[in-house]
Design a protein around this ligand. Structure first.
Ligand SMILES: *Cc1c(COP(=O)(O)O)cnc(C)c1O
Length: 374
């Protein structure tokens, strides 16, 4: 059996009719960038998150970058980020001339460790970027309390966690400003690049609106040196068709995760994801820990299963950040997890027999005997 890492064909079929009609209208009207459908999708998405404002941009990376600029972050400033994340979380800081300050993560959730975040705060710290890694929110109560105490901004990197909840609130509404990606493999994926900045703060909203559109206040009235980073109308039509199905798809991801969890219970050495009591997990990624990870993932490929690694090298050990002078041993939790973590195939319409094949194969490769299920 072949099991791809993701397969979104059934998602496409579920929205095809709506998208066909919507796109035809865009093509007929010729309103390709920031058209009325884009504005409507911003409103839908803000409402979905339970926040007031949303600004459609080019990508998740740009959402993070523009959020940094909206907060006036620049040279001389520091922004605290987990070292175990996708590199865009740190690049957005570097683009502004500020310094990303890496901190280690919690072993259980792979999210930023609030105590280590607080220990890294200096007089230069302007913001923290908790990443809701794999689809489970970071410990936002702790993070917000520390941030308030030190008067620093909280920027959610929600690029993997559309629709996840923390204490009854959705991601996007858990900090001062939040950033989403609509890269095609994300839980809410466009048919190209796209992103969104979400906030409840009116002045951050107004600044982000200008930042994404050449600093414009009027057609040729440029208040600030803005950028060109806008969500196109074609992507907005696709995303608007998908948004009403997101909760259902997240539920289907949870069902796949539960099936994995049941079948992998007792598999020797395998650690399945731990969900904290006060949160929901949307399983953008289903990441387990396995001993001998590299060999296992190669062997799975020969059995037709695509498993990926998110992420094999923490940011402090990336060549791109050699200038910060970190070395192996600086962030031991991240370094250890980077060696053990393995993302198994995960998509809402994944079939039961696909999950079963992945688990049987993984257990065979680990040479583990199934323990009796109680
Ligand atoms: C995908 C992702 C990004 C970047 O989003 P793009 O749309 O690809 O630019 C940033 N942070 C995290 C955690 C991501 O997973």
């Amino acid at each position: 059996m072949n099991v791809p890492f993701v397969d979104f064909r059934e998602q496409y079929h579920a929205i095809k009719d709506k998208v066909d009609v919507g796109l035809k209208k865009v093509f007929e009207d010729g309103s390709f960038i920031l058209g009325p459908q884009e504005k409507a999708f911003e409103e839908d998405f803000a409402r979905y998150c339970g926040t007031q404002y949303a600004v459609g941009v080019n990508s998740g990376t740009d959402a993070l970058y523009l959020a940094m600029l909206a907060l006036d972050i620049g040279p001389g400033d520091e922004v605290i980020v987990p070292t175990f994340t996708f590199i865009a979380t740190a690049l957005c800081v570097s683009y502004t001339g500020a310094k990303p300050v890496f901190v280690d993560i919690e072993d259980q959730t792979c999210n930023i460790d609030p105590a280590r975040f607080e220990a890294a705060v200096t007089r230069k710290t302007k913001a923290v970027i908790p990443v809701h890694i794999y689809g489970q929110p970071a410990d936002m109560k702790e993070i917000n309390a520390i941030a308030t105490k030190h008067k620093i901004a909280v920027v959610e990197d929600a690029c993997q966690a559309h629709g996840a909840m923390y204490n009854g609130k959705k991601t996007g509404a858990l900090g001062d400003i939040a950033c989403f990606s609509f890269y095609p493999t994300k839980s809410l994926g466009a048919f190209g690049d796209g992103g969104m900045v979400v906030t409840g703060n009116k002045s951050l909203y107004e600044k982000t609106l200008m930042l994404r559109d050449y600093g414009r206040a009027g057609r040729y009235d440029h208040k600030i040196k803005g950028h060109n980073s806008r969500l196109d109308t074609v992507q907005a039509v696709v995303l608007a068709a998908k948004l009403p199905l997101l909760d259902q798809w997240n539920k289907m991801r949870n069902d796949v995760a539960a099936h994995y969890g049941k079948l992998l219970k007792g598999a020797e050495g395998v650690v399945t994801p731990a969900i904290q009591k006060d949160r929901t997990h949307v399983f953008q990624t289903y990441a387990v820990r396995v001993p001998g990870r590299d060999k296992i993932s190669d062997a799975m490929k020969t059995k037709g299963i695509v498993a990926l690694i998110h992420y094999p090298v923490p940011l402090h050990l990336q060549e791109a950040y050699a200038d910060l002078g970190h070395k192996m041993g600086d962030f031991p939790v991240s370094e250890r997890i980077a060696k053990e973590i393995l993302s198994l195939p995960m998509f809402p319409h994944m079939k039961k027999d696909q999950v079963e094949y992945v688990c049987t194969t993984l257990k065979e490769l680990l040479g583990s005997k199934e323990k009796a299920i109680r």
